[in-house]
Write a protein that binds this ligand. Structure first.
Ligand code: ZN
Length: 446
C-alpha cells in the first residue's frame, strides 16, 4: 500500500511537471494578448478608431504566426457600419453658481452621458420629482421611484460610484448623465443657478474589419466557427475603458485555441474546418457578426458557432452556456453538449440566461450558436465592472482562463465532425426575433 502510494505520487509529480511547463507557457500567451489589447495604444478598441485597427492587426499577425489559412485571400473581412469618433464625441458640462462663480467638470472623470445627437441645454436642476418641468433631475439613492421617460424633465443626472459607458448613439428628447462624487457633492452643497450641458457626438459610416483565420479540415463543407468580439467602448476624455474581461479575455482564449488546435491538426487533420472569427462592432449592436454570418454561410453547407464573451473575471461567477429562450430548439443539442462537457470538468457551469452576444447573429440565420461567458459579468447586479474603467487586467484570473481553454480544446477534439443540428425543424419565429431585438439587443449588448 505504502509503495503504491509512493508510485502514484511519483506519477503525479511527473504529470504535474509536464503540465506546469505547458501551463506556464499558456498563461504567458494569454497574458501577452490581454496586455496588448488593453494597452494605451489600443485606446479601448472602439470600432473605427486607430486603436481598434491596431488590435485587428495584432490578431491578424497572430493568425499568420500560427499559419492559419486566410479568408477570401486575407485575414480581414471588410464591412461598413456607422461609427462615432471618441476623440471628438465629447460632452461639456458647466455649473453656474448663484455666487457668480462657474465650474466646468471633466468629461470621463466627473461625468459621462449616454450619447444623444444634437443635445444642448441650459436649464435649472431639481431634486423634487414634483417639480420637473424642463429641468434636470438629480437622482440618487433617496430619489423616490418615478417615470423619467414620461416626465417633463429634460434630463437626468444620476449619482454613481463608477462610470458606465456604452457605444450606442441615439436620438432622443431626453438625456441621461452619470455623475461621480465631486460633481454630485457640489450640486448638493452649493446654490446652483443653472447648468449647461452639450453632447458633441456625431456618426459616420466607415469601412471596418472582422479578423478571420481558417484551419482546414478533411471536409471543408462543414465548419465550427469559434468567435469572440475584439472591439470595446473606447475612451472618454482621458479615461480609457480597457475592456480586459469584455472582451480581450475572449480574444485571448480564441488565439490560444487557434495556436493549440493548429498544432494538433499537424499530427492529424480535423474532420471539418475550424473558423476563427475575431468580430468587430459588437458594442454597437452585433454589427460585425451581422455582416460576417451571411458571408461565411456562403462558404459552408453546415456551420455551428461557439462564441466567447467575458471569461476570466476573478469572482465572476459560474460559466454560463448562453442562449435565447426562443431558440432552445435550434441550440438545444449544442448547449447540452457544452453544458455536460463543462459539468464534467472543474469549471462550475450554469445554464441560466444572462445576455446577448454575437451568437445571436448566427441564430437569426438558423445556425446553432451559443455564447459562453461568466454569469456575474453579464448580470445587472452591482458586482459588474464591465464597461467601466475598472475592467482592467487587475481583475483577470489567468489560471481560470487557461482551464477554460483546456476544456474547450478537449470539447472541440471530442466533438470533431459533430454538427449539433437543430433539435426539431422549428426556426425562430418572426415575432420572437422582433421581441429579442426590441427588448434585449440594445440594452444588454455587453
Ligand atoms: Zn462583450
Amino acid at each position: 500500500m505504502k509503495k503504491m502510494v509512493h508510485f502514484i505520487h511519483t506519477i503525479l509529480i511527473l504529470t504535474m511537471m509536464t503540465s506546469c511547463a505547458q501551463q506556464d507557457k499558456d498563461l504567458h500567451t494569454l497574458e501577452s494578448s490581454l496586455t496588448f489589447l488593453t494597452s494605451d495604444e489600443c485606446m479601448g478598441r472602439s470600432t473605427g478608431t486607430e486603436g481598434n485597427q491596431l488590435a485587428a492587426s495584432y490578431i491578424a499577425d497572430q493568425y499568420k504566426t500560427f499559419e492559419l489559412d486566410t479568408y477570401n485571400d486575407q485575414y480581414y473581412h471588410h464591412y461598413k457600419q456607422s461609427t462615432y469618433d471618441p476623440a471628438t464625441a465629447t460632452q461639456e458640462l458647466t455649473v453656474f453658481y448663484k455666487d457668480g462663480t462657474q465650474k466646468s467638470y471633466v468629461y470621463g472623470l466627473d461625468f459621462l452621458g449616454s450619447m444623444i445627437e444634437d443635445t444642448s441645454v441650459k436649464t435649472q436642476i431639481t431634486t423634487d420629482i414634483h417639480d420637473l418641468d424642463d429641468k434636470i433631475i438629480i437622482v440618487d439613492e433617496h430619489t423616490p421611484a418615478f417615470n423619467f421617460r414620461q416626465s417633463n424633465a429634460v434630463g437626468r443626472f444620476k449619482k454613481t460610484d463608477v462610470l458606465f459607458k456604452s457605444n450606442h448613439v441615439r436620438s432622443d428628447d431626453k438625456f441621461s448623465v452619470e455623475i461621480t462624487n465631486t460633481l454630485y457633492d457640489d450640486l448638493m452643497s452649493k446654490d446652483v443657478d443653472y447648468v449647461t450641458y452639450k453632447d458633441n457626438v456625431s456618426t459616420e459610416e466607415k469601412e471596418v474589419n472582422n479578423v478571420i483565420g481558417i484551419l482546414k479540415g478533411k471536409d471543408s463543407t462543414h465548419a465550427l466557427v469559434l468567435s469572440a468580439h475584439f472591439d470595446h467602448v473606447g475612451f472618454a476624455g482621458d479615461t480609457i475603458f480597457r475592456g480586459a474581461i469584455d472582451n480581450a479575455s475572449g480574444v485571448a482564449i480564441l488565439l490560444e485555441l487557434a495556436e493549440r488546435l493548429k498544432k494538433r491538426s499537424l499530427e492529424e487533420p480535423f474532420d471539418m474546418d475550424i473558423v476563427f472569427a475575431a468580430l468587430n462592432g459588437e458594442e454597437y449592436g452585433l454589427m460585425g457578426s451581422k455582416a460576417f454570418v451571411p458571408s461565411i454561410k456562403e462558404h459552408y453547407h453546415f456551420l455551428y458557432n461557439i462564441n466567447m464573451d467575458c471569461i476570466g473575471k476573478k469572482d465572476g461567477g459560474d460559466l454560463a452556456v448562453n442562449s435565447q429562450r426562443e431558440e432552445l430548439l435550434l441550440n438545444k443539442k449544442l448547449q447540452e453538449a457544452l453544458f455536460n462537457h463543462f459539468s464534467e470538468s472543474d469549471i462550475p457551469v450554469t445554464d441560466q440566461f444572462y445576455g446577448l452576444s454575437d451568437h445571436y447573429s448566427f441564430n437569426r440565420m438558423n445556425v446553432p450558436g451559443v455564447t459562453i461567458g461568466q454569469g456575474e459579468v453579464f448580470g445587472e447586479n452591482d458586482t459588474t465592472s464591465i464597461h467601466t474603467p475598472e475592467d482592467t487586467v487587475d481583475i483577470v484570473d489567468y489560471d481560470y482562463m487557461n482551464r477554460v481553454v483546456d476544456v474547450l480544446y478537449d470539447f472541440i477534439i471530442h466533438h470533431d465532425g459533430n454538427m449539433f443540428r437543430r433539435h426539431e425543424d422549428v426556426s425562430l419565429s418572426v415575432t420572437g426575433a422582433r421581441w429579442i431585438e426590441r427588448n434585449l439587443l440594445h440594452p444588454l449588448t455587453a
